[in-house]
Structures are given as C-alpha cells and as structure tokens.
Ligand binder design. Sequence first.
Ligand SMILES: CC(C)(COP(=O)(O)OP(=O)(O)OC[C@H]1O[C@@H](n2cnc3c(N)ncnc32)[C@H](O)[C@@H]1OP(=O)(O)O)[C@@H](O)C(=O)NCCC(=O)NCCS
Length: 173
Amino acid sequence: MVNMSIQSAGSVHLDAIVDVHTQARTAYYRAGRLPQAEVDDPGGPMRRREGWARCMEADEKTVLCALHEETVVGVMAMGPPLRPETDAATVGELYQIHVLPGHWGRGIGGRLHAAFVQFLRATQLRTGQVEAWEQNHRAQAFYARHGWKPDGYSRPGPGHSRYVRMRLRAPAV
Ligand SMILES: CC(C)(COP(=O)(O)OP(=O)(O)OC[C@H]1O[C@@H](n2cnc3c(N)ncnc32)[C@H](O)[C@@H]1OP(=O)(O)O)[C@@H](O)C(=O)NCCC(=O)NCCS
C-alpha cells in the first residue's frame, strides 16, 4: 500500500488503536460465529484501552502502528513471552496484530509482521510465539503463510473454542 508508514505508537494513537482492535476482533469473532452477546462485551473497550496503555508504557514491550494518510489502519504489539514458563532468552511473543477490516488484504498485516521478524533478528531470538482463537481461520492462514506452525499447545478460549499457540522459527539473517 502506498503512503503507509509503520511507526512507534504513542498516547496520541491510543483511541484509534483501541478502535482498530475492537473492529478487528468484532470481525473475526463474527466470522467465527461467536454469539453476539459475547462479541459485544460492554466493558471491553475500556479494558483494551488500559491494556494498550500499559503495553506502551512497558520498557520491554513495543507497540507499532501502521498509518495511512494519518489514520491508524493497523497495530501490533510484541515483546518477551507473557507466561513465565516460556524461555525469554529464545522466544519473542507477538501479543497482538490487527488491521482495520476495510483495509485487509493490502499488505498492512504483512508489513507489521515483517517488523516482528525484524525484532526477533535484532534481539537474536530464535523463536516467535503467538496465540490465535481456534475459529479465527484467516489469522491462522496468515500466520501459516508466513511460516508459523501450531506447536500443539492450546488453552480454553471464547465460545467453547480454544486459543491455539503457533511458533515461528526466526529466518536466518
Ligand atoms: C490477520 C490480519 C492481521 C492480516 O492482515 P492483512 O493486512 O489483511 O494481511 P496482508 O494484506 O498482509 O495479507 C493478507 C492477504 O493479502 C494479500 N496481499 C498482501 N499484500 C497485498 C497487496 N499489496 N495488495 C493486495 N493484496 C495483498 C496477501 O497475499 C494475502 O492474500 P491471500 O490471503 O490471498 O494469501 C488481518 O486480517 C486482521 O487484522 N484480522 C483480524 C484481527 C486478527 O485476527 N488478528 C490476529 C489475532 S491472533
């Protein structure tokens, strides 16, 4: 996509990031047939706002956003693994990646993903880790196209489905 830039996210982007996240999750939960009541979650936007703000403030975490003509059209967060049992010396985690639904399929997710791979290389981490909702087939296909594979771990998720974990072996430089 022309006129698109990836930059470090700041508090000025916070409201737009929450909106991108809310729209993207609504789209994939609906596509995965999660009951509307569970998709809506009234306290969700406020919780997500706090989560993104905490992530931006944490020194060890990175939040990047994709801007198209000054509009936030995508966002990604990454850093050390969230679960303490995962080896932080070798694994970097992709916490979130979301693109505004009207902008899917234009390479924005790919650009954000490339920034994650760059992060693995720059920090000499061998493995990437991400969790995806089992019914989110688009995201899993996106990850698979970029070389990710399920590692067999899963945990309960919304709608009687699970979150599946995928891993990426960082490409050699
Ligand atoms: C998963 C997600 C991040 C992918 O982002 P995206 O911007 O659509 O990804 P890309 O555009 O890079 O790649 C997707 C498709 O567009 C194609 N594409 C890539 N660059 C393109 C370009 N410049 N022009 C047209 N198409 C392009 C890719 O080939 C791919 O096509 P395919 O599905 O037919 O193989 C996005 O769909 C999303 O936000 N989903 C909802 C949130 C979500 O599920 N997040 C992950 C939670 S685990």
